[in-house]
Design a protein around this ligand. Sequence first.
Ligand code: SAT
Ligand code: MN
Length: 601
Amino acid sequence: MKNLAPAIFPPKGIGDAKPGNEAVLDWVHEIAILTEPENIFWCDGSDRENEFLIAESLKQNVLIELNQDKVPRSCLHRSNPNDVARVEQFTFVCTPTKDEAGPTNNWSEPRETYAKLRGLLKGAMRGRTMFVIPYMMGPPDSPLTKIGFEITDSKYVVLSMRIMTRMGEIALKRLGNDSHAEWNRGVHSLLDVNPERRFICHFPQDNTIISVGSGYGGNVLLSKKCFALRIGSYLARTQGWMAEHMLILGVESPEGRKHYVAAAFPSACGKTNFAMLIPPAHFKGWKVTTVGDDIAWMQIRDGGLYAVNPENGYFGVVPGTSYKSNPNAMRSIAHDTIYTNVALTDDGDVWWEGKNGPPPAHAFDWRGDNWTSQSKEKAAHPNSRFTTPMRNNPALDADIENGEGVPISAIIFGGRRSDTVPLVYQAFDWNHGIYLGATMASETTAAAAGAVGRVRRDPMAMLPFCGYNIGDYFQHWLDIGKRLTNPPLIFNVNWFRKGADGTFLWPGFGENMRVLEWIIDRCEGHGGAVKSPIGWLPSPHDLDLAELDIDHNAVDELLGLDHEEWQKEIAAHKEFFDSLGSVVPEELQKQRDQLVGRFKL
Ligand code: SAT
Ligand code: MN
């Protein structure tokens, strides 16, 4: 087999940050005996280490150099063309019983799965370097913060984890030497990057993740979907907090009143854009700041919900990102960024569909093949990504390191729906809000392998990320609600509704501020709304649409309910709950009955 990750040999003082914790050392030892690496590299996350690893990666073609005048300190990585997105069909939750994984997860028996994975990992790192990455999820002084270790044979994973997490010394310090301390064990090997030997396996009871056969994104940056969401959601339930697939943003009015909202949209539905929103000129004096763009860990304090972003960077979709759609993202990725699967121009710059300016006449596409502006194929892969430190974001919230978290005024659910679902509406109460989340659906995107554009139910945008039985997850939301005396209000949004001619009715991007303002108004107890069968709907004059070029009919359509469409929608809710078997809590069945009843009034 061709060695896909040849070993590297660091000079003295690099790669020797061995932790003092005996439990970690024992585990690393055990994995090393199994995988037989050429050497072990103990990461400390320092600049010196990072520079060394980038230099080695350039030598080994793991990274491609970019024009340093155009994108300083940035590189391009090309993944194997068979390995460009999360693979949900090869993702497993390995709980002792199938029931615990529930109807929405692929389950496999833990003992058999460990045995199979051990077989695949046997000798897998021969001739390679085994990296040990200590990392911390969450701000240094938060009770929510957790420690993970990832063992990997991929330099790209090490470089990416340094951006995406608080890596190195800081994590070792927080963990300390207590051999009974809680920490996540993550093992990753590229193997031979073969889809037939690609498995992403979670063992929630053991706080363990094993991922083999992929080198891409959520499959291998184990801190992200694997730990912060799948294992995280399991820990959150047993420990009484919440791990959610949500962005967190701050919004401050010209008078200086500040709110935070958390929003759950499926992958590649605009969480990063919403989290970095720049209010249009009409909203002079309003400010939106980013706490997180993908994951929220939330705890109850004083009867309310407080959120931290466990991550340290953004792994965002590149195509479509421009100074028009997301200026803050463009500024963030202008330097110190790893690009994956975008196109490379002849002058060493990066390019993608939807970037500002005309396409280059010639470029190398995401596979490295010749591409011209006449080519039918896309130059950048639709799921091409940037990995960039959150500190690059000009709109970063000042409270990002606040260990108590930021108080959440509103939770927003949303997805891509061409029809049926209005631009925005508000749930009647917490439990009704859970129903909105539990029944949300979205047209699928390139973020996961498989068909694109198919409507699928994606409860709370957690369908691929809930690490235990979805019925118990719904119940956990209900139980959290019982402990909240000051719960966030819950909303649903849909930026993607289309008119009869198939074009989007709503301009989206910065103009979403108009919807956000209504949400904030509702949280403050003003802001008009009409009662509808599905929840509180703004009437056209409840939204500030001044200086927006949109016609009245479009607004009516955006805020309208088509009863026929909703009969189909409710039938789809029922079908979805039925497909889950008997796990859906009574309360949510009751919510559906009430919804049906309200349509009959
Ligand atoms: O590849 S990731 O899972 O990290 C990105 C996503 O699907 O949101
Ligand atoms: Mn995501």
